[in-house]
Design a protein around this ligand. Sequence first.
Ligand code: SAH
Ligand code: SF4
Length: 400
Amino acid sequence: MDRPGSVDPVTVPRDAAPRADGKIALIGLTRAEISQELERIGLAPKQAKLRTKQLWHQIYHRGADFDEMSEVAKAHRALFAEHFVVGRPNIMEHLVSEDGTRKWLLQTEDGHDYEMVFIPDADRGTLCISSQVGCTLNCRFCHTGTMRLVRNLNPGEIVGQVMLARDTLDEWPKPGESSNYDPHGRMLTNIVLMGMGEPLYNFDGVRDAMNIVRDKEGLSLSRRRITLSTSGVVPAMKRAGEEINVNLAVSLHAVTKEVRDEIVPLNRKYGIDELLQACADYPGTNNARRITFEYVMLKDVNDSDEDARELVRLIRQYKLPAKVNLIPFNPWPGAPYECSSPERIEAFSSLIFGEGISAPVRTPRGRDIMAACGQLKSAAEKKSRAELDRLAEEKQAALG
Ligand code: SAH
Ligand code: SF4
């Protein structure tokens, strides 16, 4: 069945509704925008600039709220708190999987649910963040794809996810630690834009958020530790390389027009050749900075030896410095596919490795809490409104 918007998705750039308390959230704003806000509440331009610098440091380097900003004069703190909030996504639920993966069900101020996942490993910790509430694309194997797009997340809501993870993991730099403190030993080391949504259909929001995440006087995450995953929005890819300039992952998933048209309907608009040419043209790609092709293993759909050989041929034809990530299909209620058998996945992987291209099989993480790739959506929809309200009330009560 074709759902509206499946081939030529039009994102509805509906803005976030203003906060009910009339306050402005500072996170997600540029320095210039913060200064403007400070002038609006009566600070002289020079003061505003100075306070902006302080606020930036406190918010993004310390993770502080107004009442914790001891370096800022008390009168100013009170004035700021009257007009602004720093701003964090609201946590509706926080689940921890038996393998250590965490999933948060979050809510925007105007009441939309979205999710974020943290995946700890021995040598790194990866935060998987969302760029939209829902998705306009309807990849047939993806649970998020069965949701309507509600709206783009704004930069504050995207950066807010990273801030929230740092809060939970208690990873703000200790007093005296510099901005670009050593990532070694930290739990949150990497970010992937692989949660809900198609990041390149929220181009400006994602770009502005990543600029803040990378800012040296703030969160200071290196671009090498950030990966953006796209289902293949070809016209935005070059610009993404130039303006966002992070690692690229492409959800390829099939090597023939017939199959890709079916499972990634966007392929009917931007075909495989166009997509691979855009990968070849992606700025800054080289052997040290490869493109990752994501490939979900669907039983009897895209998992034959012939598919694997064609994948190798295509990567060679376009001379792509590439690696392949094989993702065992994560089931969800009503999904029209099954996961390939472990033996089939192993054979597929070996064939590609045998041709000198890295093709590891990704271990599914957090399946027990529906946190694995493509499973995001369920928590929000399974719970009734009343249940969510009750959880929110409990949270409020717990906060005292
Ligand atoms: N919308 C972007 C990024 C988010 S999805 C994109 O599509 O690239 C992150 C990855 O999970 C994508 O490669 C996506 O195709 C894959 N995925 C979606 N549903 C899945 C499922 N049920 N099982 C395994 N992987 C899935
Ligand atoms: Fe959207 Fe990505 Fe899911 Fe496709 S796989 S429906 S682009 S979130």
